[in-house]
Design a protein around this ligand. Structure first.
Ligand SMILES: Cc1ncc(COP(=O)(O)O)c(C=O)c1O
Length: 401
């Protein structure tokens, strides 16, 4: 018998580009850490839209802020001022400790904005000769899908077929401070990195690396640019993943949870020395900083602060990680993570395990064939973590060795 799910999946297969390999589930509604599919079945959401739903699905305060704004004014464009842009940016600067913030929509757009900001700083402030600016990036990076960004990806699927690559990027191994030091030249304007590599499989750099990067960048007059789109806003158990080593980068790139999942909201946050260099006409976005985005972004940030979501992620994350560490399976290679950015790495492909978890009521996704990322909303309670773990335990026990 064909189900409603089958029919919906067939429709997408027929009409969409096949640029994703989604799990066979069609979601109809969501609340907190749960989603329900079109057949009415409930699932734990342990992907949280790649960490965009840190506040939980449909957080009542963010929904209320969006509803309040709907029907008032949604979009003005930056051609005019609006009632909410200033207050939103003020709050964002308060959270990041930076002097300025530049709002965009998607994460990739914010990364592009940071690249432009670093190059501009290189030409206007560091004195790099025009068109010579270099940015250093890491192997196995994931910063988004624009042509420039995929051009400096080490992942063949992301890069191949989309060249020619934008020049001006140099790649070094992740977590290697000496390699960074060696790669820097007089033309280096920035170092773009993820404090934990999410898409690469929740790769945590060696202890002390972030602090070493800070020191090297400061000494060499290179901007340290942390892509905290996935790790930021509480996910790893602190507001930013850089906080784990008490490191403050020159630029933060934020997205995803900056809207709690209700609307695409992203931003680059930095001091006047960097973001003060943009002048009218040098950068922009029709929707970036819209009243709707600001209303939602402000509510999303307030929920993170008011509900102490970073602290909650640290506590629930430690609890869940301890449970995961009790798992036994001959092919289980590693249990790792920080806060509620956790992962199970196996010595084999985990897609069958992910599909079994789906059948048992938990949605998670494989990142790079052998690793399952476990990233529930940060509002997950310990009782819910325990219930979810029982599902994971049964699925792992049934996973063929
Ligand atoms: C670290 C990081 N940077 C950038 C992006 C791109 O964000 P978006 O998909 O909103 O363009 C992602 C998305 O997964 C990410 O994890």
């Amino acid at each position: 018998m064909t189900t409603k799910t089958d029919r919906l999946i067939a429709l997408v297969d027929k009409h969409s580009a096949h640029n994703y390999h989604p799990l066979p589930v069609a979601i109809a509604r969501a609340k907190g850490p749960f989603v329900w599919d079109v057949e009415g079945k409930r699932f734990f959401d342990f992907l949280s839209a790649y960490s965009a739903i840190n506040q939980g699905h449909n957080h009542p305060k963010i929904v209320a802020a969006a509803k309040k704004q709907l029907g008032k004014v949604a979009l003005t464009s930056r051609a005019f001022h609006n009632e909410l842009l200033g207050p939103f940016l003020e709050l964002l600067c308060h959270v990041t400790g930076k002097e300025r913030a530049l709002p965009m929509n998607s994460g990739a757009e914010a990364v592009e904005t940071a690249i432009k900001a670093m190059r501009l700083w290189g030409y206007r402030r560091k004195g790099v000769a025009e068109n010579k600016a270099e940015i250093i990036v890491c192997a196995q990076n994931f910063h988004g899908r624009t042509t420039t960004i995929v051009g400096f990806s080490s992942d063949n699927d992301s890069r191949e077929g989309f060249g020619p690559a934008t020049p001006g990027f140099k790649m070094i191994p992740y977590g290697d401070a000496a390699a960074l030091e060696r790669a820097i030249t007089q033309n280096t304007v920035g170092f773009l990195f993820e404090p934990i590599q999410g898409e690469a499989g929740v790769i945590i750099p060696p202890e002390g690396w972030l602090a070493a990067v800070r020191e090297i960048c400061s000494e060499s007059r290179v901007l340290m640019c942390a892509d905290e789109i996935q790790t930021g806003l509480g996910r790893t158990g602190m507001m930013f993943a850089c906080d784990h080593e008490e490191v403050v980068p020159d630029l933060y790139i934020l997205g995803k949870a900056l809207s709690g999942g209700l609307y695409p909201v992203s931003a680059v946050c930095a001091d006047d020395e960097v973001l003060g260099l943009f002048t009218p006409g040098t950068h922009g976005s029709t929707f970036g900083g819209s009243p709707m985005a600001c209303a939602i972004g402000m509510a999303a940030l307030k929920v993170i602060l008011d509900e102490k979501l970073p602290q909650k992620a640290a506590k629930t994350g430690a609890y869940l990680k301890a449970l995961l560490e009790t798992l036994e399976h001959p092919l289980l290679k590693d249990v790792r993570g920080r806060g509620l950015m956790l992962a199970l790495e196996f010595k084999t492909r985990v897609r069958p395990l992910v599909e079994d978890l789906l059948k048992r009521g938990l949605l998670a996704k494989d990142t790079h064939a052998n690793t399952i990322r476990l990233a529930p909303p940060l509002t997950l309670t310990e009782a819910q973590a325990k219930e979810a773990f029982a599902i994971i335990k049964k699925a792992v026990a049934a996973f063929p060795a």
